[in-house]
Design a protein around this ligand. Structure first.
Ligand code: SAM
Length: 231
């Protein structure tokens, strides 16, 4: 895994020495995955590419320096934990609604000596009650389709901030279906970036949404409503 990670980090212009802590984190996830459901990807090379390097690629599309960042539905810590390992110059909240996963994350962050990271167990739509528009950047991967995801994430982003939605490169229809939600929630698509994960033929996408106006108070709604009647 080390060589693959080193080559991938080099290709992304990132510090190769971070291959070591990234692998240490992979070992923690794969070990715990034996007794709880954290990831379906258990092959080491696939884990390195599809989890670690995919997360790392996000550093190329936005400036995280000094930002307050929230990873919504982080699960086993993607993309948030690799971002934290690779860069220490921003404040990070790892948010997930599953208590067991958040407990694993807190334990792993301690074991890896990661700093400036809060592990929070809450639903994003509830978290917005106290943390509304407090983040410079929200990131999210593999949590929900765009119209739903935007209602979970955009309320957390301050005006002038950004939401980075990690998606499949075949998400044109999903993105088109979210146009009304993005506009209603105060956002606008700034850029769509397709990238190839180093060492693979896999192309993924980051949809960069700028927050232009405050999100109306009516949003986010309760999850039942969000799901039943997506914006
Ligand atoms: N982001 C990780 C990744 O890319 O591997 C995890 C993806 S996993 C498929 C989706 C995660 O989102 C789960 O851990 C789930 O608990 C969390 N989740 C789903 N809805 C949520 C919500 N409304 N608020 C917070 N977390 C949520």
């Amino acid at each position: 895994m080390q060589e693959l990670l080193r080559a991938g980090l080099r290709a992304l212009g990132l510090d190769e020495a971070k291959a070591e802590p990234l692998e240490a984190y992979a070992r923690l996830v794969l070990e715990r995955n034996r007794v709880m459901n954290l990831t379906a990807i258990t092959d080491e090379a696939d884990f390195a590419r599809l989890h670690l390097l995919d997360s790392a690629a996000l550093l190329g599309v936005a400036d995280f320096g000094g930002a307050r960042v929230v990873d919504v539905g982080t699960g086993a810590g993607f993309p948030g934990v690799p971002l934290r390992i690779l860069r220490e110059d921003f404040d990070l909240t790892l948010l997930d609604s599953t208590a067991k996963r958040v407990a694993f994350l807190a334990e792993s962050c301690r074991a890896l000596g990661l700093r400036r990271v809060d592990c929070v167990c809450a639903r994003a739509e509830d978290f917005a009650a106290d943390e509304r528009e407090r983040y410079d950047i929200a990131v999210s991967r593999a949590v929900a389709a765009m119209p739903v995801l935007c209602e979970l994430c955009l309320p957390l982003v301050r005006v002038g901030g950004r939401f980075l939605a990690m998606k499949s490169a075949r998400s044109d229809d999903e993105l088109a279906a979210a146009a009304h939600a993005i506009e209603t929630l105060g956002g606008a698509v700034e850029r769509v970036v397709d990238y190839t994960i180093p060492g693979s033929a896999v192309t993924h996408r980051v949809v960069i949404i700028s927050k232009l106006r405050p999100t109306p108070r009516a949003y986010p709604r309760a999850f039942g409503q969000i799901k039943k009647k997506p914006l």
